[in-house]
Design a protein around this ligand. Sequence first.
Ligand SMILES: C[S@@+](CC[C@H](N)C(=O)[O-])C[C@H]1O[C@@H](n2cnc3c(N)ncnc32)[C@H](O)[C@@H]1O
Length: 296
Amino acid sequence: MADRRFDFARDLQLKGDLVAAADLLLQATELAPGFASAWFTLGEIRERLGERDAAISAFRKAQAADSEDRHGARLRLMRLGAERLADMPQGYVRALFDQYAPKFESALVDDLGYRGPALLYKAVLAARAAVRKPAFFRRAVDLGCGTGLAAAAFASNVDQFTGIDLSPRMIEKARATSLYAELEVDDLLHGLRRKPDAGAELILAADAMVYVADLVPVLAEAARVLAPGGLLAFTTETHDGEGVILGKGLRYAHSADHVRMSIEAAGLNLSLLEDRSARNEDNMPVPGLVVVATKS
Ligand SMILES: C[S@@+](CC[C@H](N)C(=O)[O-])C[C@H]1O[C@@H](n2cnc3c(N)ncnc32)[C@H](O)[C@@H]1O
C-alpha cells in the first residue's frame, strides 16, 4: 500500500500537483516509517513548496531510514543550511555513479563537453616544461578514476596506472580499458592511505575533488605518496566567494584562495593554477580551476 501511494505521488509530482503528492507521501510514510525514498521525495517537494522546516524534517527522516544515505539527504540538509559542510555520503556517490556508469561517457563528454582529462594533460605538460623536465612518469595514481578517461589521456606518458574509485560499476568500465595495472574500489583518501611513501610520480584527480569538501587531508596524503619532484594535478569547480560551497549541482566548489591555502597546508608547492572549466551546464562553462602542485 505504501509503494502504491509512493508511485501515485510520483505521478502527481511529475504532473506538478505538489500538494496532493505531499499528502500521499505522508500517508506512505505513516504506513512505512522507514521508507527512505518516500521521505526524501517528500523533502524535495516541501523544499519546492518553500516549506523549509518541513523539508529539513523529511530529509532527516530519509537520512535516518537509510544508513548509507543513497539519496544524499545529508547534501540537501547542507544546502538548506541545516548541517555543516562535510564529505559526501559514500553511499550516495556510489549509487549515483553505479547508475551513471553505462551512459557516463556519452552523458559527460558528448552532452556536457567534458574536458577534465585534456585540461590536466595540458597542465602537466606545461608544469614539466617550466622546470625543463620530461613529462614521463613511472607510476601514477588516478583518484576517482571513473571509466578511465584520465588514464587514456596520459596513456603515452605513464608506465603503470593505479585507479581508485568508490563505484564498482565505474571500476568495471575502467577495467575494460586495460589501461590500469591495478584498480581499487575504495574511497580516494582511504585508498591513498594504503599506498607506500614516495610510491608515485604523478597523482591525478579529474573532476573528483568536486566530491571532496575538505581538500587538506587528501592533498596531505598525496604529498606523502608522491616521490620528490612528483606532481599532483586536479580540476575542481570554483566560485568567487571564500572557502568551499556546495553548489546547486550538488558538487563542491573551492575558491582559488582556498585551494592555494590547502596546497600550502599539505606541504606541497603550487606550480600552476588556472581558471579553466572542465564541463558545461545549461550550455555555459561551469567556473573551474586546473591545478598542479609539486612535491619538493
Ligand atoms: C565525474 S567522475 C570523473 C571520472 C574520471 N576521473 C574522469 O575524468 O572521467 C567522478 C568520479 O569520482 C568518483 N568519486 C567521487 N568521490 C569519490 C571518493 N570519495 N572516493 C573515490 N572515488 C570517488 C565517482 O565514483 C566517479 O567515478
